[in-house]
Write a protein that binds this ligand. Structure first.
Ligand code: S3P
Length: 170
C-alpha cells in the first residue's frame, strides 16, 4: 500500500488545505504527519519542541512518515521539515521510483506569510518569522526540488486549483 500522493513544502504553502481538496477530489482519506506526531506524543508540536526539543520531534516525525508511507493509501501531507531527514529522503525517493507522486507546493514569502500568520505558534518561526521562513526555504528548496515529481506554485491559486493541477499532472 502506498499513498496516492505525498505533499511537501514549507509552512504556509497550504499542504493541509490542499490535502483536503485533493482527498475530496479523489474521494480518498487524508493523513497528516504533524497530526500523527501529536497523537503519538499526546501533546501539541509546540509543546514537544519546548519539553523535549527539536531532535525528539524529528525522531517522532521520521517514524510517523515511515508508518504513513507504508500504511496509508490516500493523500499524505508532511510537516515542512520532514524532508530534512536522510531516512525520510530515502523513503520518498523509493516511493517516487515506484511511481509515487511527491508534490512540492512552492510558495513565495508574501503568499506564505498571511497563511502562516506571523504570530502563530510554529516553534521554528519565533523571533523574526519572515527572516526565519526565508532561511528555512533557502536551505530546503534544493531538497524539495530534488524529491518532487510535481511542483505547483501555489501563490495565486485556491487549494482546489492546486489540487486540480496535481491531479492533472500525475
Ligand atoms: C515544521 C513545520 C510544521 C511542523 C513543525 C516543524 C518545519 O509543519 O512540522 O512545526 O520544520 O517546517 P507545517 O509545515 O505543516 O507548518
Amino acid at each position: 500500500m502506498a499513498p496516492r500522493a505525498v505533499l511537501v513544502g514549507p509552512p504556509g504553502s497550504g499542504k493541509s488545505t490542499v490535502a483536503k481538496a485533493l482527498a475530496r477530489l479523489w474521494d480518498v482519506e487524508r493523513r497528516d504527519t504533524d497530526a500523527d506526531v501529536e497523537a503519538t506524543a499526546g501533546k501539541e508540536i509546540s509543546e514537544i519542541f519546548v519539553d523535549d526539543g527539536e531532535q525528539a520531534f524529528r525522531t517522532l516525525e521520521r517514524e510517523a512518515v515511515a508508518t504513513a508511507l507504508a500504511e496509508h493509501d490516500g493523500v499524505l501531507s508532511l510537516g515542512g521539515g520532514a524532508i530534512l531527514d536522510d531516512a525520510t529522503q530515502a523513503l520518498l525517493e523509493a516511493y517516487a521510483a515506484h511511481g509515487g507522486a511527491v508534490a512540492f507546493l512552492d510558495v513565495t514569502l508574501s503568499a506564505a506569510a498571511p497563511r502562516v500568520g506571523l504570530n502563530n505558534a510554529r516553534p521554528l518561526l519565533v523571533g523574526n518569522p519572515r527572516r526565519q521562513w526565508m532561511d528555512l526555504m533557502e536551505a530546503r528548496r534544493p531538497i524539495y526540488e530534488r524529491l518532487a515529481t510535481v511542483t505547483v506554485l501555489t501563490d495565486k491559486l485556491t487549494p482546489a486549483q492546486v489540487a486540480r493541477e496535481i491531479a492533472d499532472a500525475i
